[in-house]
Design a protein around this ligand. Structure first.
Ligand code: CTP
Ligand code: MG
Length: 234
């Protein structure tokens, strides 16, 4: 398809998986016989629109060479950083001189292995003519409570609260600038949209699928295996 701007994937995969509590980083735990990160990258690579995917890896990562991506023509690697945002910024720097300022970058957590090609294409199709970009997200189905010291202080209007998923899709130049500013100000941003919001930008919401879970705790592994198997039958 003829498009004005290129699309790049960025996958932060340099976390240690503290909440998982396994003896290896969660992105390398097996699900249906394959490491989490391998599932994630195979899903992203199935999207032809992505020119390449930059994977940010931990400095001590000895598992990556065992994955079948070492000489892959559409995979690049970068060093990860202390926080997720540092890893993303490092991956964006790897694209310096390769990506153009107005190109799109889709940042996707390594730990979200159930991402579907359909959801990535939905995000691209809805946002590719948007000036800012946006994210996959889900409305909350639970009632949400504001809590302080174990006491409910208020009930949040559910209609106004969405859960931020990934991919998050923004322009290369704007995203790099927003993350750089957040880092300089010492502000911790847990997703890309927050960095753009700090710049006064207004990212859009695209409703994603509920099976796009992030592997966080041990019980998530069985759920991810279940979703992957279900998706095969779609
Ligand atoms: N990540 C990263 N660099 C970091 C921290 C996180 O690239 N310094 C990545 C993780 O590998 C993961 C994604 O960002 O794919 C989302 O982060 P999270 O789910 O919090 O993973 P971890 O930080 O590894 O887990 P935990 O917070 O439980 O330690
Ligand atoms: Mg973390």
């Amino acid at each position: 398809m003829n498009r004005n701007h290129a699309f790049w994937g960025v996958v932060p995969a340099a976390g240690v998986g503290k909440r998982m509590g396994a003896d290896i980083p969660k992105q390398y735990l097996p699900v249906l016989g394959k490491p989490v990160l391998q599932h994630t990258l195979e899903r992203l690579l199935s999207v032809e629109a992505l020119s390449a995917v930059v994977v940010a890896l931990g400095k001590e990562d000895g598992f990556w060479p065992d994955l079948p991506f070492a000489n892959h023509p559409r995979i690049l690697v970068a060093d990860g950083g202390k926080e997720r945002a540092d890893s993303v910024l490092s991956a964006l720097n790897r694209l310096e001189g390769i990506a153009k300022a107005d190109d799109w970058v889709l940042v996707h957590d390594a730990a979200r292995l159930c991402i579907t090609r359909a959801d990535v294409l939905k995000l691209i199709n809805i946002l590719e003519h948007d000036p800012v970009g946006g994210i996959l997200a889900l409305p909350s189905s639970d009632t949400l409570k504001g809590v302080s010291d174990g006491i409910i202080v208020d009930t949040v209007n559910r209609n106004h609260v969405w859960r931020a998923l990934t991919p998050q899709m923004f322009r290369y130049g704007a995203l790099k600038e927003a993350l750089t500013t957040a880092a300089e100000l010492g502000l911790t941003v847990t997703d890309e949209a927050s960095a753009l919001e700090l710049k006064g930008q207004t990212p859009r919401i695209v409703e994603g699928r509920p099976d796009n879970i992030k592997i966080t705790r041990p019980e998530d592994l069985a759920l991810a295996a279940f979703y992957l198997e279900q998706q095969c039958c779609e």
